[in-house]
Design a protein around this ligand. Sequence first.
Ligand SMILES: [Zn+2]
Length: 271
Amino acid sequence: MQIGDVTIDGVSDGSLSAPPTPMFNKTDQDWLQHSQFLDDDGMLPIHMGGFLVRTRDRQVLVDTGIGPRADPVRTGRFMESLAALGARPEEVTDVVLTHLHFDHLGWATDGERRVFGNATYRCHEADWEFFMGATPYDDSLAVSLMGGRTSSELLPPLADRLETWSGDETVLPGVDVRGAPGHTPGSTVVVISSGTDRAMLLGDVVHCPAELLSDDWEMIGDVDKQLAQRSREAVARELEGSDIPAAATHFPGLQFGRLLAADGRRQWMFG
Ligand SMILES: [Zn+2]
């Protein structure tokens, strides 16, 4: 994806899949109309990974996959994918985390050291507090189901190279963060811009494009479901008919797409 003079590439860590109905407040019947987002076995593909954003003088990672300790067959390819894009770990200047769930931190550290030794790590202050504060959020159940390591195991090495944001701001030239709370308190959309062009990286505001088509979706992992729903709907309204390319960290193949407004009904088109 080319946005003016900025290049955005998906960095794949591999892909898992899950039965779609238990993840959302939807029935098997509801999913019939969204079958284009399911695989041949009726499962929802859940990609793992992040995005490499290359500007003139920076190499920025947005999210870092589920890491080397999840499913050894289907995931664990993040560093290979990064190498295939011609980027060396020591050249990464910044790691921007859309939120601090473990499946976005997998390659941020190995629990003892930062994987990207020269990078400044960046996240929302509210998520740092939520995952590392006095009563840290317990994600051990999700980790036991999906593999990987908990956020509280992965985050400590970031502490002395961390810059946090607390509102909507420009964190780097061409990289803006916008609060979209609900999935976690600091859940964030990253807006990449160059000249008049822009693209949006949606983090976990949505896990599947179907969630942008109507405003009645609830996702099991959202910490505050109503707030997440409002944030998701605000993003959908902005994207609808705008021609702004958008991708979320779990979209299949980390592909970008556009939210079209056709005959009063939203449609998602990859590509
Ligand atoms: Zn996630």
